[in-house]
Design a protein around this ligand. Structure first.
Ligand code: WTA
Length: 647
């Protein structure tokens, strides 16, 4: 291991921040010694229509997994994110929207947000949406995405946001699984000057599923779209017919707020269910302390609302805190490589939260596009989605932050609802590449393959030993799968699927997934999903997909494909397969490398030995380990000879 640079907490940070080191230690201890009292107190950070009397009610016993926080409380998320701010900050900007085109922007005050959300809720209500109904949202990064999410919350309806990069098939699967009757989309999206045919994708998806009664279409570009009368509705026309008042439906703390589909190691994506009270308490509290958010700060998270980071840290956490949250429609390198930094200067952003893959891709263009901007407003930087390599961390710190801004490397997952392991900028010294210490109430443990808990400086699999309020509650429609995926590997503990190292300071270093999930540019992909898309192609007989280290994306997708008898494995077929996977799942799943193989390494019982495929894809074919259990050890030599990641 190379030497680790340590960055101490600057004095002014320790003085000014919500939490310094002593406070961190006291509060962390309280949160573990008496979680009831701790979370009972912090639960009050949101407004309740009916206060809770019970705080925590958890069973992680695999025969009865049940997770309840604030279970007898009643509240409403939209009320907390909008209404309660009106008196004090009606005229404060809630959302700064920065368009793909730098000449387009919108500033939306809390008062305007309230009108928009109420109106949207009335439109949904008019189309039959009521408490408990599921609504699919397939929108670009426009303010209507936040309005739509909050409108669902206002009615007590459950939103399922589908990332705008997903294909019609992926949309259809998610609509079907959640039995959605309403879809909200836009005519087209706009990213990097290019149009994304959202409405056309929804049209194609709806040929494959029959639950949807209404499609509400937001006009974004004004591009041509097909229209199904009776089903399709222009949002602006419907909005003109409704009022801007709609009561916030009281919902129970444990009523679902949203479903968000995410990839696992097997099968189709799971509908992760988050509920109301605990989720909002956790999202808002982490947003305040991790980003050291103070009144008046301009905060920007570059994620897409199609991912959990967008849910918790563009919409719910910041708005619950009455913050000004920036929402960006575009991409980091359009119209120029300086775009992020120009947006920071234009809107005087203080807190900036992005993904390592964006940092690495911008690093490639050198320092000049950054250095020609001021960035004087910046105070804090954040990272999320995948491990950040120390080189990228140092560049982010030195070039973007001018050595001035601490970096919070936040580890969490769709399942965790909010950040679990992270520095707090006034409390935690920083080590580039380490997510450092647990947030309040979070008990990380390192276990070995057999489940034994490891103490001290060590390395193994990361589990969490007790619940926190933002934890997912179930897999939509499949509680068994929830139990099996997260609680059966290490009974009594939540299994994260990540590997990690703990150093002698007790700092955590996430080393990446230990299951068949890969992380491509911060997007989670199940290798099984890509495989099943590949084998659905008529010319493909078998496929095995693994991740390999990729300079910019973190991990790339490497596919081994065997073709049907009589099919020529040509360059054209390779292109056809890449296009096929893009169509089946979406562009984020495009294989980077495809190797045509005559056979795959299998055990005598027919199980594919992925360990070997991973090594070859990583170009580490010298260390394949034991291959003696293979049915045909000869395939390995062929695979090595034809490897695609030759260095
Ligand atoms: C990875 C995104 C290292 C990890 C919020 C996790 C990270 C998966 C970090 C969840 C980080 C996320 N350092 N790895 N700071 N943040 N990950 O569900 O492998 O899209 O399990 O949630 O991303 O991805 P998801």
């Amino acid at each position: 291991m190379s030497e680790v640079h340590v960055y101490d907490v600057p004095d002014e940070w320790a003085k000014r921040a919500w939490i310094d080191d002593a406070k961190y230690r006291t509060m962390y201890k309280q949160s573990l010694d008496d979680p009831e009292a701790f979370w009972g107190e912090h639960g009050k950070r949101i407004d309740w229509f009916k206060p809770y009397t019970k705080v925590k009610n958890i069973s992680w016993d695999i025969h009865n997994v049940s997770i309840k926080w604030y279970e007898d409380g009643e509240t409403n998320v939209a009320y907390n994110c909008v209404d309660r701010h009106l008196e004090k900050r009606g005229d404060q900007v809630a959302i700064i929207w920065e368009g793909d085109n730098p000449n387009e922007q919108r500033l939306i005050t809390y008062r305007e947000l309230s009108e928009e959300v109420n109106r949207f809720a009335n439109v949904l209500h008019w189309h039959g949406v009521k408490k408990g109904d599921r609504v699919t949202i397939y929108l670009p990064m426009i303010p209507e995405a936040a309005f739509a999410m909050l409108a669902c919350a206002r009615l007590g309806a459950i939103h399922s946001v589908v990332f705008g990069g997903f294909s019609p098939d992926a949309i259809a699967g998610r609509i079907e699984d959640a039995q959605c009757a309403v879809v909200i989309t836009a005519d087209e999206g706009l990213r990097g000057g290019r149009k994304v045919p959202l409405k056309a994708n929804v049209d194609a998806a709806l040929k494959k599923t029959s639950t949807v009664k209404h499609v509400l279409v937001v006009k974004r570009t004004g591009g041509e779209v097909d229209w199904t009368p009776g089903r399709d509705v222009w949002y602006h026309e419907a909005a003109a017919r409704v009022s801007t008042t709609c009561p916030a439906e009281p919902v129970n703390a444990e009523d679902p707020l949203f479903i968000l589909y995410t990839s696992g190691s097997t099968g189709t994506p799971k509908g992760v269910v988050h509920t109301t009270g605990g989720y909002l308490v956790f999202a808002s509290m982490t947003h305040q302390y991790v980003f050291d958010y103070h009144e008046g700060d301009i905060y920007w998270c570059t994620a897409d609302v199609g991912w959990v980071t967008g849910h918790s840290y563009i919409v719910y956490g910041p708005l619950a805190n009455g913050a000004t949250t920036l929402m960006f429609e575009g991409i980091p390198n359009y119209p120029s490589m300086s775009r992020f930094w120009e947006v920071i200067d234009k809107h005087k952003v203080n807190i900036f939260y992005t993904a390592p893959t964006a940092i690495r891709s911008l690093m490639g263009a050198g320092e000049e596009p950054v250095k020609k901007t001021s960035r004087a407003s910046l105070r804090l930087l954040g990272s999320v989605g995948e491990p950040i390599n120390p080189e990228a961390w140092e560049w982010y710190h030195r070039v973007v932050g001018d050595h001035r801004c601490p970096i919070v490397d936040t580890w969490w997952q769709t399942e965790t609802g909010g950040i679990l392991i992270t520095p707090l900028p006034g409390a935690t010294k920083l080590k580039p590449g380490s997510a450092t210490r647990p947030f309040f109430g979070v008990i990380p443990e390192v276990v070995d393959g057999a489940g034994a808990t490891l103490e001290g400086a060590t390395e193994g699999n990361l589990v969490i030993a007790d619940s926190w309020p933002g934890q997912m509650r179930t897999v939509y429609g499949d509680h068994e799968r929830f139990v099996k995926t997260y609680f059966s590997t290490y009974p009594g503990k939540y299994f994260t699927g990540d590997g990690c190292r703990r150093d002698s300071d007790g700092f955590y270093w996430i080393t990446g997934r230990v299951d068949d999930v890969i992380n491509v540019s911060g997007h989670r992909m199940g290798t099984a999903e890509v495989e099943s898309a590949l084998v659905a192609h008529p010319k493909v007989s078998e496929a095995a997909v693994v991740g390999y280290p990729h300079d910019i994306k973190g991990q790339g997708i490497y596919a081994y494909v065997t073709v049907m008898e009589g099919v020529e494995p040509t360059e054209d077929l390779r292109k056809e397969l890449v296009a096929w996977v893009r169509k089946e799942i979406g562009p984020i799943a495009s294989p980077d490398l495809i190797q045509f193989a005559q056979g795959l390494p299998k055990t005598r019982s027919g199980k594919i030995m992925r360990r070997i495929l991973r090594k070859i894809a990583e170009n580490e074919y010298g260390a394949l380990g034991d291959t003696s259990t293979l049915a045909d050890p000869g395939v390995v030599t062929q695979l090595i000879d034809n490897r695609q990641n030759r260095k």
